[in-house]
Design a protein around this ligand. Structure first.
Ligand code: CO
Length: 225
């Protein structure tokens, strides 16, 4: 709720922004501001955000742009490099309407539950335990495709929130996957670097062939343990 208010407040400032934190990808258009794979900004290690920058209108406008781009796509997470901004910032949000296409079994297997909007600035991620889980995953910067990716089941992420306050979140399941995916972006890593490459497919194929199937069946199709 707190975050939504912040977004609403800064959304009005966004329209008149001429700040330096501009989106910069060659694929950047009004329709799709999300930088696509091939652009080196997705392969650079993003820089830490100076704490004193967090309260500036420019930086807060970046958070608004990221949130809007994530929701419009729609996606469940976005990292600043995906808007051409090489800073260590991520947003995530998993709304229930985005989960409507999944069966209760799929949601349970993924430990996927609605997650309200969260911002992490300068995050550090630590795996918890030894459990890894494998599911199909996509990326707004590799538009139109998905592949099986193994991720830690549970992680702890520490960093700053949108007000520059320290925060730590220990979480398992789908939000843990989103966090690993987005923190990877800040290090110049894409899921295609970690995927089971033989499972790489177009989204329509993946949805048609594997949607609603138990993950054990899907994994056995590709010979994944
Ligand atoms: Co991504």
């Amino acid at each position: 709720m707190r975050l939504l208010v912040i977004v609403a407040v800064f959304a009005t400032a966004c329209a008149t922004s001429t700040g330096s934190l501009k989106p910069g990808g060659p694929m950047d258009t009004a329709e799709n501001p999300i930088v696509q794979t091939g652009n080196p900004v997705l392969r650079a290690r993003a820089k830490d955000v100076p704490v004193e920058q967090i309260g500036t209108p420019e930086f807060q406008q970046l958070l608004v742009r990221m949130t809007e781009a994530m929701r419009k796509a729609p996606g469940v997470g976005l990292a600043a490099p995906q808007l051409g901004v090489s800073l260590r910032v991520l947003v995530l949000e998993d709304r229930s309407e985005l989960q409507a296409a999944l069966t209760p079994t799929e949601l349970a297997e993924r430990e996927r539950v609605p997650v309200p909007l969260r911002v992490f600035i300068n995050p550090t991620l630590t795996p918890i335990g030894d459990d890894k889980v494998t599911f199909f995953e996509g990326c707004l910067s590799v538009s139109g495709y998905a592949a099986l990716v193994g991720r830690w089941r549970e992680v702890e992420v520490s960093g700053l929130d949108e007000k520059g306050q320290p925060q730590t979140w220990r979480v398992k399941g789908w939000p843990a996957r989103i966090l690993q995916h987005e923190v990877d972006h800040l290090d110049g890593t894409l899921y295609i670097d970690r995927m089971v490459s033989r499972s790489f497919g177009t989204l329509p194929q993946v949805k048609a062939l594997y949607g609603g199937k138990p993950i054990t069946d899907v994994k056995s199709t590709f010979g994944v343990e």
